[in-house]
Write a protein that binds this ligand. Structure first.
Ligand code: SGN
Ligand code: CA
Length: 522
């Protein structure tokens, strides 16, 4: 046993001694961590990913001055579970937060708690969507639940208050205020700066209400997908832009343009002040009237709905990107850019019309995958591109690693620092996924699966028992399962084996899966 390990095993690694125990010279400054996360931000809507949809110069700056991950994934593509995974470094079946409905246990260990115990100042600002009082933070100013876009409530260290303004700009303002005035500057910090936007139902900041209205966005090539070539799950989901987007909340009509009946209109309208409401009406009224005159049908209606969706969605992202620019400027102005790790990611991906969908949940690529860019000038070369598969499971061990602290041994992710500093290229060759929230909103069936660099095997279960297999090289848009194609029988067997191995490795056995099934009603 070396000296460090011996000291650690004897319990000598208390707060303050940690940096010495794990090999950091005491005089070496531990990095700050600025962890920026938004909600439902698809990688397709970040210009650094090269899809050409919109322009996000500030998020792109993180990628240019640092690294971009081309294959970053989540373990369970839905909001609250994803956040629980990122905090704990453990899969949903271990941390207990399998869906948006079940309670989250804040008493369990999370990486901010460990950082706090090791001399970090920690803060959580914005959306967290986990019930209960956040633990592990010296300062918390969070939205209740999903939060509101306009004049939202925030809960500051347990005290709820309504604020005037737009949620994205307020969240940024609170983050800057904490960085500048509220933290203990003698300590390194870890700030979770988490935006609600661009979550449904995509309400833009006043100044962006007219952005993109003169642009027609291209349709994904599988926008009119008929789901042939796949099993039941793709056929029975309820996340279609045409079928499931509502006239009120999503399309912003006070009355259904076809029946004239009042819709369940945007709830935030009630929170808006006179001026905000006027800006809204000015932006939507004329366009809505024009639509009512034309009343398109069939594919034209589908296309119109898509354009309204994508424009509103992208407007929300513009405010998120502005906020990123403001915090990056703050670091520059205060000489902190060099010693601060800046991460930008989302709680999961999102469908922007691929397969005709919005929302997420499925293991099909656009929701499974999430954007991830990171900057740390001390260790990461500008322009680094990472092609290995990482998951949100890896955040906790990675941040602890950078802070010079050993992760809790039950954590299931791995530090991806080694990929970024080029020290090791040994890495996993497969990732594991498990989604649970069914029956539930959007009706995406329960499933788990494995993805390798080239293939994806998915098992849909509960009220079906169906397998799908995709060759992502030949079929990147996942239009045809080759599970029953005899020429893939070898690959299929290999993937089944890999899936079993991963279920054993991550302790997600059939018994465990069964324990999370809803009780059958008699
Ligand atoms: C709300 C949305 C859904 C969304 C869930 C979960 N409907 O219910 O579309 O899938 O949240 O989203 S809404 O009309 O109320 O916006 S998550 O990001 O929190 O998981
Ligand atoms: Ca989300």
């Amino acid at each position: 046993m070396n000296n460090i390990k011996m000291l650690a095993s004897l319990g000598f690694c208390s707060a303050g001694l940690i940096s010495e125990c794990y090999g950091l010279a005491p005089e070496q400054k531990r990095p700050n961590i600025l962890y920026i996360m938004s909600d439902d931000h698809a990688y397709q809507a970040i210009s650094a990913y090269g899809t050409g949809l919109n322009s996000t110069p500030n998020i792109d700056r993180i990628a240019k001055e640092g690294a971009i991950f081309m294959k970053a994934y989540v373990t369970n593509s839905i909001c609250a579970p994803s956040r629980a995974v990122m905090l704990t470094g453990k899969y949903s079946h271990i941390n207990g937060k399998i869906d948006n409905v079940r309670p989250y246990d804040w008493n369990q260990i999370n990486f901010p708690k460990i950082l706090q115990q090791n001399g970090y100042q920690t803060a959580l600002i914005g959306k967290i969507h986990l019930d209960g009082i956040p633990q592990g933070f010296d300062y918390a100013n969070v939205l209740p639940g999903q939060g509101n876009y306009y004049n939202p409530d925030f809960i500051e260290n347990g005290v709820k208050k309504k604020y005037s303004g737009y949620v994205t700009t307020l969240t940024t303002q609170f983050a800057l205020d904490w960085l500048d005035k509220k933290r203990d500057k003698s300590k390194p910090f870890c700030l979770l700066y988490h935006q609600k936007a661009p979550h449904r139902n995509w309400l833009a900041e006043e100044k962006y209400l007219n952005l993109y209205e003169d642009r027609d966005f291209p349709f994904p090539e599988n926008f009119f997908d008929d789901y042939s070539g796949r099993g039941t799950a793709a056929h029975t989901q309820e996340m279609g832009i045409v079928k499931e987007m509502t006239w009120g909340g999503d399309m912003k009509f006070e009355n259904d343009p076809y029946t004239g009946k009042p819709t369940n209109f945007v709830q935030d309208i009630k929170r808006m002040d006179e001026q905000q409401r006027k800006a809204w009406q000015a932006a939507y009224n004329t366009r809505n009237e024009e639509f009512i005159k034309n009343k398109p049908e069939g594919k034209d209606l589908a296309k119109w709905k898509y354009q309204r969706y994508i424009r509103d969605y992208l407007k929300c992202i513009q405010s998120v990107d502005d906020g990123v620019g403001e915090v990056l400027d703050y670091l520059d102005k205060n000489g902190m850019a060099e010693n601060t790790i800046v991460v930008y990611t989302s709680d999961q991906g999102f469908y922007l019309g691929e397969h005709g969908w919005f929302d997420k949940r499925f293991m099909y690529e656009e929701s499974f995958r999430t954007p991830l860019v990171i900057r740390y000038p001390k260790e990461i070369k500008p322009g680094t591109v990472i092609n290995q598969m990482v998951q949100n499971l890896d955040f906790a061990p990675t941040f602890l690693n950078y802070a010079g602290v050993k992760p809790q041994k039950e954590m299931q992710g791995e530090s991806f620092r080694q990929l970024l500093n080029g020290k090791s290229l040994k890495w996993r060759d497969a990732i594991y996924y498990h989604y649970y929230e069914y029956p539930g909103v959007h009706a995406a069936k329960r499933h788990y699966g494995v993805r390798t660099d080239r293939y994806k095997l998915i098992h849909f279960y509960y009220d079906v028992d169906e397998w799908e297999l995709y060759d992502l090289e030949k079929d990147p848009h996942e239009m045809k399962s080759v599970y029953d194609d005899p020429s893939y029988s070898g690959i299929r067997a290999e993937l089944h084996q890999k899936l079993n191995d991963l279920r054993v490795k991550y302790k997600d056995t059939d018994e465990v899966t069964k324990s999370f099934l809803p009780e059958k009603k008699n």
